[in-house]
Design a protein around this ligand. Structure first.
Ligand SMILES: [Zn+2]
Length: 476
């Protein structure tokens, strides 16, 4: 059975109207652009034509062209529109993002059309109007457990862009490793518990530039005061017990903070264009702090009743440092009732009610609750299951709504969702196979409005595109 090409787009657009016309695929020979914002989009379009053994040329006379790009100044930069008649396709967008998103939709429709064979393939005529539900559509990549090399990261960025995800949060260090260049701790760079490997300065530059071309902002993360085992193994003096440094910085040692700020300076220098810097803040254990004379003395001096208040004070100071450098701090939510300054973005990961608790304090929230958006969790029974994991099917990802039940209460709070792929059990060769299958479902959670979402219609569209060879193009 043939479906209208207008009904083969993932994520599903805001509105689609059919006009009954047909545009023959083999008539598409030339494109025209009057905008300087279409460079990446038209390069991608040409890639697609080359992949399918066809050719598309750029022409300077609009009336000679069947695909026409035109800037629409009343649109936001991510907004786009497509008008398809029997003669041509007109693509309108507000910015380079919108042009790229329209081209990704064009490519999906073209695969759906070509499913019938190139000689008879046609686009169904009509009008598509589209813009995102959430401005923040994130994905977290963790190379700190199993290293994921530059080629894997570049491929991940290309796939994220195909599904209109616009933010990559990069978890660059943890207990197991340190993956970025450093003049402060050069001796641990690239040495990992599970695998070795690190990005060079040039790698990071290349990845940042490729991400920018693909409309993806990067948020680098330096996790603290916990998840710091690797660095403390090399700088034991900043742990509570240098004999047994563990994974937490000593909160009572003023030198710890001086040291961390030097590391943050390096991160900000490596990522000069990242407006948001993630400073971790999750899963710190209190046992070493509770036995440490320095931590206990600091707690008493500041008049705190428990050690979590000292941790909060420590992290607030770190967020103030990030703000003083003109960046926005981001942290994992703690679920321990701690409050951070309202300019700090909180990432809710443990509990669906966390955004509701944070909302009165006016922090913005990124929604990553693990039972819905942790891509390391198995999608089916054949995948490895660790004790901390739940099963997370494609449908589970699809049905996720970052507002949960409280759209009215959280409409000013939620920035958008972020899917996370931790790599404790994920060596590089399994990264893309683990990441790609649920990405399409996630894109609809991040981009599409609830009233347009229908899981069974989504599953039909995805199966149709897979049968048409679209995923071969994505994997190329
Ligand atoms: Zn201590």
């Amino acid at each position: 059975m043939r479906y209208s090409t207008l009904k083969c787009i993932i994520p599903v657009p805001v509105s689609v109207k059919e006009n009954g016309e047909k545009l023959v695929f083999s008539d598409l020979k030339n494109f025209y652009s009057s905008s300087g914002k279409t460079v990446a989009a038209t390069e991608r379009l040409s890639d697609f034509f080359a992949f399918t053994g066809n050719k598309l040329e750029k022409k300077t006379l609009e009336e000679e062209c069947q695909i026409r790009f035109c800037e629409e100044t009343s649109f936001t930069s991510e907004e786009w529109k497509m008008l398809i008649t029997s003669k041509n396709i007109q693509i309108l967008a507000g910015g380079k993002e919108g042009f790229s998103y329209a081209v990704e939709a064009f490519i999906q429709m073209a695969f759906a059309a070509l499913r019938e064979g190139p000689s008879t393939a046609y686009f169904d005529g009509g009008e598509i109007a589209d813009k995102p539900r959430f401005g923040y559509r994130g994905f977290m990549l963790d190379p700190s457990r199993h290293f994921q090399d530059k080629a894997t990261v570049l491929k991940a960025i290309e796939l994220l862009a195909a599904f209109r995800i616009n933010t990559m949060h990069w978890h660059l260090a943890d207990n197991q490793s340190w993956r970025m260049p450093s003049s402060v701790v050069p001796e641990i760079v690239g040495k990992g518990t599970l695998t070795d490997g690190a990005y060079t300065r040039e790698d990071i530059k290349e990845i940042v530039a490729f991400a920018a071309k693909n409309n993806i902002k990067i948020i680098p993360e330096l996790d603290m005061p916990g998840h710091s085992g690797k660095i403390l193994s090399a700088r034991r003096q900043f742990a509570c017990d240098p004999e047994n440094p563990g994974r937490e910085y000593c909160l009572g040692n003023a030198e710890s903070k001086v040291f961390i700020k030097k590391l943050l300076d390096e991160v900000m220098e490596l990522f000069p264009d990242s407006p948001v810097i993630h400073v971790g803040g999750d899963e710190a254990e209190t046992s070493a702090w509770e036995k440490c004379p320095k931590c206990l003395a600091a707690m008493k001096e500041k008049g705190f009743n428990n050690i979590r208040e000292l941790e909060n004070d420590f992290m607030v100071d770190i967020t103030r440092y990030v703000v003083s450098k003109g960046r926005t701090p981001m942290m994992w939510g703690t679920c321990s009732g701690q409050v951070y300054p309202s300019d700090t973005i909180m990432q809710a990961w443990l509990d669906i009610r966390e955004p509701l608790r944070i909302a009165p304090n006016k922090n913005k929230v990124v929604y990553s609750v693990h039972t819905s958006l942790y891509f390391d969790y198995p999608a089916n029974q054949s995948e490895p299951l660790e004790s901390w994991m739940f099963e997370l099917t494609e449908k589970g990802v699809y049905m996720t709504d970052p507002y949960i039940l409280w759209e009215k209460e959280l409409s000013d709070t939620i920035l958008g969702p972020e899917a996370c792929l931790w790599t404790e059990t994920l060596p590089q060769w399994r990264f893309i196979p683990k990441f790609l299958p649920r990405l399409a479902a996630y894109s609809e959670c991040a981009w599409s409005r609830n009233e347009r979402k229908d899981y069974y219609d989504f599953a039909r569209r995805k199966e149709y595109l897979e049968a048409a060879g679209y995923y071969e193009f994505l994997r190329k």
